[in-house]
Ligand binder design. Structure first.
Ligand code: ZN
Ligand code: ZN
Length: 315
């Protein structure tokens, strides 16, 4: 049995994109910790806009604050009159906060500028991910030009909640289908206060990270190597390959549909519950291996919330 969740330890719940009063968020870092820790999260990365702070004071044996920062690349685009304005946001997380150095730079939107900055930051000890391509209204071509991404937001809760464009899964699918690789990430990107009239934009998008124990080293390893799944609701409890039976084995919280995707949706193994929900499945791997360079799962619950496994490449 190949355990695709790499569950050599326990799952730790994480939100890796979040704003506080350090930039334009309405909750203080302490309020963020209180909100997330009391709702079962062990890891939160505070990624304020262009302001890097390591909130070490929030650390305790059951809570890991991950130092991060959100970089913005923007420009006016006079050649593109309907849109006028171009935008790309990238999150960075320190691989080792004692060593990572934040490269401060003013930058405009240009794929060359973005790639040079990513390369500099990675060299300085950071992991990075593309944020909310849907909310940024980026074309898939623009996204394909970006190099060095570790993660890709398939779900951004604040963008979904406020603007109904927090879904990045189509951008991610086209990205993977072009041969590029980045792990699926779901986040809150929360800015609001809990008593906001618009509502609370926390506790929507999360990842479950598989780690032997809660430590910074384990966190960085799991993030870089895709030892996590992304979700806006459903939980994936088992996700493995049974080599003898040549099947994918799935166990999950009750969901309405399970889609198996490679470059294409594999229709022969699309599962839909007619009345009841699905909590386990065995999916033949043969037809997928014949046609697809990789496979991954998408789970949908009856409220339309989705979970994304990471892709498994046959090479
Ligand atoms: Zn952003
Ligand atoms: Zn943000």
């Amino acid at each position: 049995m190949i355990d695709l969740l790499r569950q050599n330890g326990t799952f730790f719940k994480a939100n890796l994109h979040c704003h506080t009063t350090v930039s334009d968020g309405k909750m203080t870092p302490e309020e963020i910790k209180q909100r997330y820790k009391s709702n079962g999260y062990s890891i939160v990365s505070i990624t304020d806009h262009s302001k890097y702070v390591w909130h070490r004071e929030l650390e305790d044996p059951d809570f890991l604050p991950v130092p991060g920062v959100e970089a913005a690349f923007t420009c006016l685009d006079p050649n593109n009159p309907p849109l006028k304005y171009k935008l790309c946001h990238i999150n960075f997380w320190a691989k080792d906060p004692r060593k990572a150095e934040y490269v401060v730079e003013d930058h405009s939107y240009d794929v060359g500028v973005i790639n040079r900055y990513i390369a500099k930051m990675k060299k300085a000890g950071w992991l990075c991910g593309l944020n909310h391509p849907g909310w940024s209204l980026q074309s898939t071509e623009e996204v394909h030009g970006i190099r060095g991404l570790d993660t890709f937001e398939v779900y951004n809760h604040a963008s979904q909640f406020k603007d109904n464009n927090g879904d990045g899964q189509a951008h991610w699918a086209v990205f993977l289908n072009s041969g590029l690789r980045a792990w699926a990430l779901a986040v809150d990107d929360n800015h609001a206060a809990m008593d906001d009239v618009d509502g609370d934009d926390t506790l929507g998008g999360y990842i479950m990270m598989s780690m032997p124990s809660l430590s910074y080293e384990n966190f960085a390893y799991a993030l870089e190597n895709g030892h996590f799944y992304a979700s806006s609701g459903p939980e994936i409890l088992k996700y493995a390959i049974d080599e003898e039976a040549d099947e994918i084995v799935l166990r999950c919280s009750p969901v309405h549909r399970v889609l198996i995707k490679g470059i294409h949706t594999v229709p022969d193994v699309r599962l839909a519950a007619k009345e009841d929900t699905i909590t386990e499945a065995r999916i033949p791997l043969g037809p997928i291996r014949k046609k697809e360079p990789f496979f991954r799962l998408e789970l949908m619950d009856t409220r339309g919330r989705r979970a994304y496994s990471q892709p498994w490449w046959f090479d």
